[in-house]
Design a binder for this molecule. Structure first.
Ligand code: CA
Length: 238
């Protein structure tokens, strides 16, 4: 059983490492979310112990990003504050359980073991629009039987479209969902990425699935671009 501990306080981190190791677990420690996220993405951990109060991105945000990155290991959140708001936010962000500091080590161990026994988190279902398929769990995309390689941003964008097939999404709506945490918010970033996406999911397959709706935004056709539905013809290519 391999566990990732994300905790900035050196003493607490050392305590967790020693205690968990003594109990036979393999433990990696990250000092903050920025270091923890890539680690969690590259090693299949059985569980993540995550402190809420972290420098930089806090534990709640770190947890949200873990899930966004497709990491579904159970997360045990450590909170010093113990306020209800904190716990609710933590669980909303994808944490599976929380423990209020200070805690008894035996309790941490018991909770951790229970989480791991319960297994990985409920896997999000595969989304299908026409012959487009997107798996949020593994972050894979297919057009028919052909797998398509997308960048992380392209994937996020396509996932937003595929969760709203047939609906017109404004640039602002897309920007808020896909670029929520980025510092860079160039005004044409949505257009640029829609173009990237079309090059990968439409062009090679001679499809038109993402339509530009003049003055309103973009819409993913309900048929995924197969052309055999009567979606309105307001498309204007770029
Ligand atoms: Ca801390």
């Amino acid at each position: 059983m391999r566990v990732l501990v994300i905790e900035d306080e050196t003493k607490m981190a050392a305590l967790l490492r020693r205690g968990l190791t003594e109990d036979g677990l393999t433990v990696d420690v990250a000092e903050d979310g920025e270091h923890g996220l890539p680690m969690a993405g590259s090693v299949p951990y059985d569980a993540v112990v995550l402190d809420v109060m972290l420098p930089g991105i806090d534990g709640i945000e770190t947890c949200r990003r873990l899930r966004q990155d497709g990491v579904w290991a159970p997360v045990l959140m450590l909170t010093a504050r113990g306020s209800l708001d904190d716990r609710v936010a933590g669980l909303d962000g994808g944490a599976d359980d929380y423990l209020v500091k200070p805690f008894a080590f035996a309790e941490l161990l018991a909770r951790l073991r229970a989480l791991v026994r319960r297994g990985s988190i409920e896997r999000p279902p595969v989304i299908e629009v026409g012959d487009l398929r997107l798996d949020p769990g593994t972050r894979q995309v297919w057009r028919g039987d052909t797998e398509i390689e997308l960048s992380s941003k392209e994937f996020t964008l396509l996932e937003i479209f595929m969760r709203h097939p047939g609906y017109v999404l404004s640039r602002t709506q897309i920007l808020e969902q896909a670029w929520e945490y980025d510092f860079e918010r160039r005004s044409n970033v949505v257009e640029v990425y829609v173009r990237y996406l079309r090059k990968k999911i439409d062009l090679p397959f001679e499809r038109t699935s993402i339509e530009t709706v003049r003055g309103a935004g973009y819409r993913l056709r309900k048929d995924g671009g197969s052309g055999d539905s009567s979606t309105s013809p307001t498309f204007s290519g770029e």
